[in-house]
Design a protein around this ligand. Structure first.
Ligand code: AMP
Ligand code: MG
Length: 328
């Protein structure tokens, strides 16, 4: 079937989810809500569908995708799950934790998904629409964030329509995303677990579950272990300035907690990090307007979800070479 040229946004009714599942199974791209951000979904077992994801996002083929499943048992068919991984799944799934595990020799997942690595990243999202869609598709669904490569991630269906509306067969609307930042990516392929990307499950919770703090950077070598760790990422059009106390002339001020009267928007007036994470990408988009010369952001405590927020803000503020802009 040929997808419509401009993807309509559909409320995520049972009928729309069934139709979206059918489109996925036929090889089309479908955007859908998760608790973290909206995903750009494709049949993870189809080379053609996976290649279409990279093309739609303008994402370089060395940046691997996360595969989404509806049940932990489905993950066991894709990757080698040991006792440590199983314990983390039991504790954090469904939820904002992606586990990077060795690829099974008989894994049905397209080799393009993992960009030549011998591992696959898997996640079980904590969103009923996402799980119903994966079940309707009848296969694991590869899904990066549903934005053009390098840009701010989408937390509403309207955000997806703005950047990828003409590239997807359907956008399922499940309302704004509850968590608002991407999943934590944890590499379990080595003796010591390593966080490749801070995200919706705080490092403190993982340390507690593992009985030791995970490593917080890659394992060396020239290539980034997780290309999401490249310097510039999540970038709005305007320059971003961090740790601001007040706006410079022409700047918008994105505040946190008690704020000066000239704050333009506030991530969380009460200083709540979960509220701030949920607002982060929508507020960066809202302030990315020509009447401002830049976006100044107040400092955010570097604990709990604050680590994921600061990671995204640092990348949004990083110098933008064309190479790093293309890699996210
Ligand atoms: P996104 O698709 O934008 O949510 O980003 C997914 C993140 O997971 C990126 O940082 C990827 O580099 C990372 N990722 C996915 N698969 C793997 C893998 N097999 N090994 C390491 N990182 C991965
Ligand atoms: Mg992304």
């Amino acid at each position: 079937m040929t997808p419509p040229s401009a993807a309509p946004i559909h409320p995520a009714t049972a009928a729309a989810i069934a139709e979206a599942g059918r489109l996925l199974a036929e090889g089309h791209l479908v955007a859908f809500p998760t608790e973290t951000v909206y995903g750009l979904g494709a049949d993870s077992t189809s080379d053609r569908a996976v290649a279409a994801v990279f093309a739609a996002k303008g994402r370089p083929s060395f940046n691997p995708l996360i595969v989404h499943v509806a049940d932990p048992a489905d993950a066991e068919r894709l990757v080698v799950v040991d006792a440590r991984a199983r314990a983390l799944m039991a504790r954090f799934w469904p939820g904002a934790l992606t586990l990077v595990l060795p690829r099974r020799a008989d894994s049905p997942v397209s080799l393009l998904v993992s960009a030549g690595l011998d591992s696959v990243a898997v996640r079980l999202p904590d969103h009923e629409v996402a799980r119903a869609l994966i079940r309707a598709a009848g296969r694991p669904v590869a899904a990066p964030s549903a934005n053009r490569s390098g840009a701010v991630s989408p937390t509403t269906a309207a955000h997806v329509a703005q950047s990828l509306g003409d590239r997807v067969a359907m956008i399922l609307d499940g309302g704004p995303c509850r968590v608002g930042v991407e999943s934590t990516v944890l590499d379990l392929c080595h003796e010591r677990p390593a966080i490749l990307r801070p995200g919706g499950i705080p490092m403190e919770a993982l340390a507690d579950a593992l009985g030791e703090p995970p490593l917080t950077s890659g394992h060396g070598g020239d290539a980034p272990r997780s290309p999401g760790m490249l310097e510039s990422h999540y970038a709005p059009g305007l320059a971003v300035r961090l740790c601001a106390c007040s706006p410079r002339p022409g700047e918008a001020l994105l505040a946190f907690g008690a704020a000066p009267a000239d704050a333009t928007l506030n991530l969380s007036p009460s200083g709540d990090l979960e509220e701030a994470a949920a607002n982060l990408f929508a507020m960066l988009r809202a302030l990315d307007r020509p009447e401002f010369t830049g976006i100044a952001v107040m400092s955010i405590p570097d604990r709990g979800l604050g680590r994921a927020i600061n990671d995204r803000l640092r990348r949004a503020a990083a110098p933008r070479s064309s190479a790093t802009r293309e890699a996210s």
